[in-house]
Ligand binder design. Structure first.
Ligand code: AMP
Length: 139
């Protein structure tokens, strides 16, 4: 089963394509949160970030960096919110890794990524130590 984004790569579904190379692809989001909202994807289908082989992750990030500059310049943005909804719990709707580049403007009132969460997580020093050790062990 090919994802909707693979269908865009194959030209079966129309999109405003802005970049393509051997391993990565980018197009304008159909429901833009701001002018220039762009999605960057690996051409091969991987569901989540942690599924990406290292070389694909490297290529993807290189294209994200390149396109962040291109998009900001194209729409004269002051910055960009750049990120992945990784997994259903995080709001991922299309099971094909994609990075959102959402141009930001000084007066857009959009808030930072932090505003998506409301309050800070209330964690003790012991809990933080344990989490840090677990992450380090799994890295
Ligand atoms: P996410 O919630 O992170 O999975 O984001 C999926 C994104 O894909 C949404 O921002 C949609 O607007 C976008 N999207 C879905 N279908 C298309 C399409 N055919 N062309 C362009 N963008 C799309």
């Amino acid at each position: 089963m090919s994802t909707i984004f693979s269908k865009i790569i194959d030209g079966e579904i129309p999109a405003r394509v802005v970049y393509e190379d051997e391993t990565t692809f980018a197009f304008l989001d159909a429901n833009p949160l701001a002018p220039g909202h762009t999605l960057v994807i690996p051409k091969a289908e991987y569901e989540r970030i942690e599924d990406l082989p290292e070389d694909v992750a490297r290529d993807l990030f290189a294209t994200v960096s390149r396109l962040t500059d291109a998009v900001q310049t194209a729409v004269d943005a002051d910055g960009a919110t750049v990120g992945f909804n990784n997994g259903e719990a995080a709001g991922q709707e299309v099971d094909h890794v994609h990075c959102h580049i959402v141009p930001r403007f000084a007066d857009d009132d959009g808030g930072s990524l932090h505003t998506a969460f409301g309050d800070f997580a209330d964690l003790s020093d012991d809990e933080l130590d344990e989490i840090a050790a677990d992450v380090e062990r799994n890295a």
